[in-house]
Write a protein that binds this ligand. Structure first.
Ligand SMILES: [Zn+2]
Length: 81
C-alpha cells in the first residue's frame, strides 16, 4: 500500500461522484454505446488528470504523500522547459 494524504481520499470520492453523474453525457458526446465502456474511457481520460491537478496545485501535503509525489514528478517531468 502507498502512503497517501487524507485529502486524496476526498478527491477519489469526488471522482466517483463525477463519473456517476457524467458518464452518460460522456458516452453520448463520444459516441460510446456501452455504459461500462464509457466509464472506463472517462476514467482513463480524466481521472489521473484530476488527481494530478489536485496534488500538484492544491494539496499542501503532497510532499509527504507517495501518490502526490508521483503526480508531481510526472507533472514537472512533462512540463519542463
Ligand atoms: Zn495530497
Amino acid at each position: 500500500m502507498y502512503k497517501y494524504c487524507s485529502e486524496l481520499e476526498k478527491v477519489i470520492e469526488m471522482d466517483i461522484k463525477l463519473i456517476n453523474e457524467h458518464f452518460e453525457n460522456h458516452a453520448w458526446y463520444n459516441h460510446i454505446t456501452d455504459k461500462e465502456q464509457a466509464k472506463i474511457d472517462y476514467v482513463e481520460k480524466y481521472m489521473a488528470l484530476a488527481k494530478e491537478m489536485y496534488c500538484v496545485h492544491v494539496c499542501d501535503k503532497s510532499y509527504e504523500c507517495e501518490i502526490g509525489q508521483r503526480y508531481i514528478e510526472g507533472y514537472y517531468g512533462k512540463n519542463k522547459r
